[in-house]
Design a protein around this ligand. Structure first.
Ligand code: HEM
Length: 439
């Protein structure tokens, strides 16, 4: 858990001036491009709906600009290239509290109304204060910490997926919300209702994003009141006698852990269902790489808005203090071009970029990856298919509002259906196991 620390600087600690780093050579050689299987194409088509529904203008703008690794439009620099994104996060001085950045949004959203100035919410911190706040989290999010939390979310998943064994549907978004809420409650040591906590965190994040991120409709006065209401509701739920300066940091941890996981888990499950990859999810030897590849291709936090605090270069182009940087993680990890392939996964240095890089890299990456692996493992025996998917138009991160699945055909239920092979003995493509989506 983060402790109260005062943010004393508005830019990152100065670093040695280094030439732009080129540590990653890209993904390992994959087999020459072959036609995309029908199931994979269906999975990609469905997943694109979460971008188009929630952030259509931004999505179209970023997609149109992605041919240039780094593109300046006025004072805004769009960054699509992996090396340049990594360089921006690790080498450029960044203004962590500027409006329109994750740090600026987090700081003002988590200190609602007339709350006192906060001691920092990680995203907006730097230097010694930031390092101390990270250390305070390290044990809970270490391998041992994740092992302690794991049984909690596993029990939630087992109970939540039980209806599938009886042939009944399950909404995977509701289940992901509960699992994320249970985990956040345990991490923060609060005895709140996990679903209410997860909903309050999602509302606070949605309100903050609408107010602060570029290209999104600005909230009306009424929804601005809603923003502070949401933040207050979250603080009330987290009120466990912590030091008052700790409150904003606790709220931020709840938001960071819940919104990302609620976006990521159902999107990954939809990919698996549509592409017919439950056999890969069931197999202990392929599941870890599958989870990493699904995190790469869904890039749950696809856009990192930052502001330069000093001069530098990105992709050979000069950057000035005050320039707005839109770091497009989705494009950097080639989510838009390279389908998940657990037999030839992208280099870890590339796929890890979905969790950021450098001193602010996501401390919850281990926990999130373990949660996704467990989610896929728990779903796999049911071979679920998607029966209804509704994109979330107002969530902070692209995701589903609901994703209802029902049990699919298991290989042992249907003789002749080779589990997960490219084509079954009966001639059924994996994608054909996917129920058609209602219009
Ligand atoms: C799939 C799930 C997740 C994704 C994709 C994700 C992604 C990210 C990204 C991109 C950043 C910014 C990194 C940077 O600026 O370099 C970040 C920061 C952060 N994440 Fe996550 N995250 C996930 C899950 C979690 C979880 C489960 C937790 C907590 C349990 C968490 C806690 C945080 C915190 C506290 C920060 C701020 C770190 C700092 O500024 O020092 N995240 N995350």
């Amino acid at each position: 858990m983060a402790t109260a620390q005062t943010a004393t600087r508005t830019s990152d600690e100065p670093r040695r001036t280094l030439p732009e780093s080129r540590p990653v050579t890209g993904a390992p050689a994959r087999p020459a491009a072959s036609p995309r299987p029908a199931g994979t194409a269906a999975a990609r088509r469905r997943d694109l709906r979460v971008y188009r529904a929630g952030h259509p203008v931004l999505f179209t703008l970023l997609a149109a600009a992605r041919r240039k690794p780094v593109l300046r439009i006025g004072r805004t620099v769009l960054v699509h290239d992996a090396d340049a994104v990594r360089h921006a996060l690790t080498r450029l001085p960044l203004d962590r509290v500027a409006a329109g950045t994750t740090g600026g949004a987090a700081r003002s959203a988590m200190a609602p109304g007339d709350a006192p100035a906060t001691g920092g919410v990680l995203f907006d911190q730097q230097g010694a204060a930031h390092r101390a706040a990270r250390r305070a989290l390290a044990d809970d999010l270490s391998t041992a910490g994740v092992a302690r939390l794991r049984p909690l979310w596993q029990a939630t998943l087992t109970r939540g997926l039980a209806p599938l064994a009886e042939g009944r549907p399950v909404d995977l978004v509701a289940l992901a919300r509960e699992a994320a809420g249970v985990t956040a409650c345990a991490l923060l040591g609060v005895d709140a209702d996990p679903v209410r906590l997860a909903e309050a965190a999602a509302d606070a994040a949605a309100a903050a994003v609408r107010e602060h991120l570029p290209g999104l409709p600005r909230p009306r006065a009424r929804s601005r009141t809603g923003a502070s209401d949401a933040a207050r509701r979250l603080s009330d739920l987290l009120d466990g006698g912590a030091h008052p300066h700790d409150a904003a940091a606790r709220a931020m941890l709840a938001v960071a852990s819940v919104t990302t996981v609620v976006a990521a888990l159902p999107r990954a499950a939809a990919w698996c269902a549509d592409a017919g990859w439950w056999h890969l999810a069931a197999d202990d030897t392929t599941r870890p790489a599958l989870a990493r590849e699904l995190l790469r291709v869904t890039a749950p936090s696809p856009l990192l808005p930052r502001v330069a605090a000093g001069p530098g270069t990105l992709g050979g182009r000069p950057v000035r203090a005050g320039d707005r940087l839109l770091l497009v993680a989705r494009h950097a990890v080639r989510a838009h071009t390279d389908d998940p392939d657990c037999h030839h996964p992208a280099e870890p240095a590339l796929s890890r970029l979905v969790f950021g890089a450098g001193p602010h890299a996501c401390p919850g990456a281990r926990l999130a990856t373990a949660q996704l692996e467990d989610f896929l493992n728990a779903l796999a025996p049911h071979r679920p298919v998607v029966v209804r998917a509704r994109a979330d138009r107002r969530a902070a991160l692209p995701g589903w509002r609901s994703l209802v699945v029902r049990p699919g055909v298991r290989p042992d239920d249907q003789p002749g259906l080779r589990p997960g092979g490219p084509r079954s003995a009966a001639g059924t493509a994996p994608g054909a196991l996917t129920a058609p989506e209602p219009a």
